[in-house]
Write a protein that binds this ligand. Structure first.
Ligand SMILES: [Zn+2]
Length: 575
C-alpha cells in the first residue's frame, strides 16, 4: 500500500511546477519537478565543459565537472534508482555507470577511476564471464538499487578523457535524448553573460553553403553584455545573405570558456533564427559540422556558428526559422539586425548592427570547378573502372558539385592509384561506401588489405568482389594498403624468471602500426585473466589478485590487430 502510494506520488510530483527553475529560459522541462543532486561534493561546482559545447564532430553531451586536477573524488547517485548499465571501454567514457530513476530520466557518470566495491565486484565477474575488459551490461532492476546520495564510484580520467574530471549526463530514459542538466536542477554559479568575439556575413547568393561561399569578417567590441561592430556602423549588403557568430560563455571564477545555451537572431524586431541546446539525439550530434561553418573550422580553426541552416541538417535545436535563416536584402532600406546570446543560467548578451540593402554591394560566388551533381536527401553514386562510391541517403547536408580525380600510386605499401574523392571541406553526416580496385600485386595479401588516407590513417576495409571496400566518414584522398605486421608488445616490469612477489601489477605498452588493435588476451597458468587497457596511454596491465598464489607461474599475452596479425609474449615468473 505504502509502495503504491509512493509510486503514485512519484508520478504526480513530475507535474508539479518547479518554481526555482530559471523561468526566463524557454524549455520544455521547466514545468517538471526534478531535484537532481550534484554528483560531486566539490563546492562550488565548476565546469570544464558545458552541455552542447562545440567539440570535434559532436556537441558535448553532458556537463564536465572539474575535480581539482585529481582523481578519486566520491561520485554520488544524483537521484534514487537502480544501476541500469555498467560499461567499460578502452576509450569513450572509460569506466561508466548509468542509473535509471523513477522520474523517467537516466543519469550517466563517465571517466570513473573505479566503481564502489559492490559494483566493482559485479563488473569484474561480468568481465571474467565475457573474457573481455570491455563490457556493456544492463543489470536487472533489482540487482543494484541506489538511494540519492549513495557513493556509486570514484572520479577518474579513464577512456578518452583529457584530464581528471567527471562527465555527467541526464538522458530521457525512453528516447535516450540527452538533456541539459542545468535545466533539471543542477545549478552552476554563473552571473557572467556570454562573450561575443566576432560576426560573419555569408554571401549565399541563392546557392548552397560551401567553401566557395564568400564571407566577410567583422570584429566585435563591447562588454557586460552589450556588443557592437568595431568601426562599422552600417553594412551594405545585397540579395541572399546569412549570418554567423563566434561566441563563448564564462562562469564565475573560472578561467576557461564554456559553450552558450541559446543564439537568437532578429531582423527589424522579428525573429528569423534561434538555436537552443536544451537536448539532442546522439545520432544527430555529428551535424555540428553543418551547424558550424565547417570549412572555416578546418582552414581557420574558427568555430563560427551559422545562423542559417543547411537543408539536410537533422538537428532539432532550431526554432523561429524564417527562410532557414537566410535573409534577402533587396528593398534599398536600412535594417536593424540583433543577436541575443544566452547561457544556461539565463545571462544574456546582445550584438546589434545596421544593414543597408544596397543592390551595388554584390560579392559574387566564384565559378565552381566542373563536377557531378549530388543531391542531398537522396542516394548519390559515382563510379569508373577503378573506383565506386555510394553516399547513402542522409549523408549530405547540402547539394554538392562533386569533384573526382585519379592520381598515381604512392611509393611504398600501396596497391592502387590514389583516388581523390572530392575534398575534406565538405562535412558528411554518415560514412560512405568506398570501393577501390587494387592492383594484381595485392593477390597474395588480399586478407591483409585495407584503405588508407594520405596521412596513412587506416579507414578499415576488406577485400570483396575484386575491390577493397571501406566506409570513410570524410571525403579525401585514398588508396589500398596492407597490414601484415603484428602488434608491438613492450613489457614494462616483467621478464622471464622474475620474482614479482613485491609487485602489484604486470604492465605493458601495446601498439599497432596500421589497422589498430582488435583485442588482447592475457593468461596465467593457461587461465584467462582480466587485463585493463587505457587507449590514450596504450598501457595494458593485470592487477594480481587472490587467484595467483605464491609460487611459480606462466604468463602469456596475445595481442591481435584488425587484420588478424597476432603477437605473443610469454614469461615465467614467481609470486
Ligand atoms: Zn564530457
Amino acid at each position: 500500500m505504502v509502495e503504491k502510494l509512493q509510486k503514485l506520488l512519484g508520478v504526480l510530483t513530475i507535474f508539479i511546477l518547479n518554481t526555482e527553475a530559471s523561468a526566463q529560459l524557454k524549455n520544455s522541462y521547466s514545468t517538471l519537478f526534478t531535484d537532481f543532486k550534484t554528483p560531486l561534493s566539490i563546492n562550488p561546482p565548476a565546469l570544464a565543459g558545458s552541455f552542447g559545447e562545440l567539440r570535434a564532430n559532436h556537441f558535448h553531451s553532458g556537463l564536465d565537472f572539474k575535480t581539482n586536477k585529481q582523481t578519486g573524488y566520491p561520485i554520488f547517485a544524483t537521484e534514487e534508482g537502480y544501476i541500469s548499465r555498467i560499461r567499460v571501454q578502452n576509450s569513450g567514457f572509460g569506466l561508466a555507470l548509468y542509473i535509471n530513476h523513477p522520474n523517467g530520466f537516466t543519469s550517466v557518470y563517465g571517466h570513473l577511476s573505479r566503481f564502489n566495491p559492490k559494483i566493482g565486484q559485479i563488473a569484474k565477474a561480468m568481465q571474467y564471464k565475457n573474457k573481455s575488459y570491455e563490457i556493456d551490461e544492463f543489470p536487472n532492476t533489482d540487482l543494484i538499487t541506489v538511494h540519492k546520495g549513495d557513493i556509486i564510484a570514484y572520479s577518474g580520467n579513464t577512456g578518452s578523457s583529457g584530464g581528471p574530471h567527471l562527465h555527467f549526463e541526464i538522458r530521457d530514459a525512453k528516447t535516450e535524448a540527452t538533456i541539459n542538466p542545468q535545466l533539471l536542477g543542477i545549478q552552476i554559479p554563473d552571473q557572467i553573460p556570454p562573450v561575443i568575439h566576432s560576426m560573419y556575413v555569408y554571401r549565399l547568393n541563392g546557392k548552397p553553403f560551401n567553401e566557395f561561399t564568400p564571407k566577410q569578417y567583422f570584429q566585435v567590441i563591447g562588454n557586460k553584455g552589450n556588443y557592437s561592430l568595431n568601426k562599422v556602423n552600417t553594412i551594405n549588403l545585397s540579395g541572399d545573405v546569412g549570418f554567423g557568430i563566434v561566441t563563448t560563455d564564462k562562469h564565475n571564477g573560472q578561467s576557461g570558456t564554456n559553450g552558450v545555451y541559446m543564439i537568437e537572431l532578429e531582423v527589424d524586431g522579428a525573429p528569423i533564427f534561434a538555436s537552443t541546446l536544451e537536448k539532442f539525439n546522439f545520432e544527430n550530434s555529428r551535424a555540428i559540422n553543418s551547424h558550424l561553418d565547417y570549412p572555416a573550422l578546418l582552414s581557420l580553426k574558427q568555430s563560427i556558428q551559422k545562423s542559417f541552416t543547411d537543408p539536410g541538417n537533422p538537428l532539432q535545436i532550431y526554432s523561429h526559422l524564417i527562410n532557414n535563416g537566410r535573409v534577402s536584402f533587396n528593398d534599398g532600406k536600412l535594417h536593424l539586425v540583433k543577436y541575443t546570446i544566452s547561457d544556461a543560467q539565463g545571462n544574456k548578451s546582445t550584438l546589434t548592427f545596421n544593414v543597408l540593402a544596397n543592390d551595388k554591394a554584390v560579392i559574387p560566388t566564384p565559378k565552381l570547378p566542373l563536377g557531378t551533381s549530388f543531391i542531398y536527401g537522396k542516394v548519390n553514386e559515382f563510379n569508373n573502372d577503378k573506383v565506386k562510391i555510394i553516399l547513402p541517403k542522409g549523408t549530405l547536408y547540402n547539394d554538392l558539385n562533386f569533384v573526382y580525380q585519379k592520381l598515381p600510386k604512392p611509393q611504398s605499401n600501396s596497391f592502387s592509384d590514389i583516388h581523390q574523392i572530392h575534398n575534406e571541406l565538405t562535412p558528411l553526416h554518415t560514412g560512405f561506401e568506398l570501393w577501390i580496385k587494387p592492383d594484381s600485386s595485392l593477390n597474395k595479401f588480399q586478407t591483409k588489405a585495407l584503405i588508407v588516407n594520405m596521412q596513412r590513417v587506416s579507414q578499415g576495409g576488406f577485400f570483396e568482389n575484386g575491390y577493397v571496400k571501406a566506409q570513410p566518414k570524410k571525403f579525401g584522398s585514398f588508396f589500398v594498403a596492407i597490414d601484415s605486421i603484428a602488434p608491438n608488445i613492450v613489457p614494462l616490469n616483467i621478464a622471464n624468471e622474475k620474482n614479482m612477489s613485491q609487485i602489484s601489477k604486470i604492465s605493458f605498452r601495446i601498439s599497432d602500426n596500421l589497422s589498430g588493435i582488435k583485442n588482447f588476451n592475457g593468461y596465467i597458468d593457461g587461465k584467462w585473466i582480466l587485463m585493463e587497457f587505457d587507449a590514450k596511454s596504450a598501457n595494458l596491465w593485470h592487477t594480481f589478485d587472490e587467484q595467483t598464489l605464491p609460487g611459480k607461474h606462466t604468463f602469456e599475452l596475445l595481442v591481435t590487430d584488425l587484420k588478424d596479425n597476432v603477437k605473443t609474449y610469454s614469461a615465467e615468473f614467481y609470486r
